[in-house]
Write a protein that binds this ligand. Sequence first.
Ligand code: FPP
Length: 261
Amino acid sequence: MSDPSARKLPLHVAIIMDGNGRWAARRGLPRTMGHRKGVEAVRETVRAAGELGIRYLTLYAFSSENWSRPEPEVNDLMGLLKVFIRRDLAELHRQNVRIRIIGDRWNLRSDVLPLLLEAEETTRNNTAITVCIAFNYGSRDEIARAMQSLAVDVAEGRLRPEQITPPLIASRLDTAGIPDPDLVIRTSGEERLSNFLLWQSAYSEFVFLPEYWPDFDRALLMRAIDVYRQRDRRFGNVASTSAAAASPATPSPPASLAVGS
Ligand code: FPP
């Protein structure tokens, strides 16, 4: 018998949006057209996730490794993010969507960073769904930055090494305050994590879909959720029928040690 908690709607869905380039190549189009169509899929997915009652949606939009792509493609992706925020922010705000940005934001281009900050600030009190955009994001980089912040606290005498616990580490990650993803979806048939939410996905369910990201829509989101609902989530436990098998709560660290919201 499967765990009842797994049959519920996932609280947090995270998506590796892959296959824009191959979608375009199949049609004899430039890669940029795949990214453009990918933005339309983002819009539809945010809308569908909100309507389905998903509370957190994380989208892997630009990894810290994506800088190695040809400069025109990098510029195109930056441009698409800017246009998305400029054009869609008012509508997202109206839909009560909270935007959060995860990733290393502090060395981002001066034409991008203010827009991301504005999106976070404008929507900070919204409650329907939190959409986390992973931008200039790499999980190892995120963990390294969290470790640096803890090391500074130890060096300056605010923290003893034995006080460094998993909840304290989680509170220093970019995702502080956001529950771990229940479901991680990757499109395009690739089956790997590519430096995405390595810490946070310790107990996530993974669903790999063969479709390319520009073809993603509400029906595919529901298909992935249906697969998730069949899964037996045990979280290292053996029982699958009791509340003991439910997601392990991550206790909060003492407020004086936690950073972020
Ligand atoms: C992977 O496809 C996709 C990306 C690297 C970028 C995803 C970006 C978007 C969907 C648009 C911008 C996002 C927002 C939130 C507005 P790929 O280029 O690696 O495809 P391939 O593997 O087929 O080459």
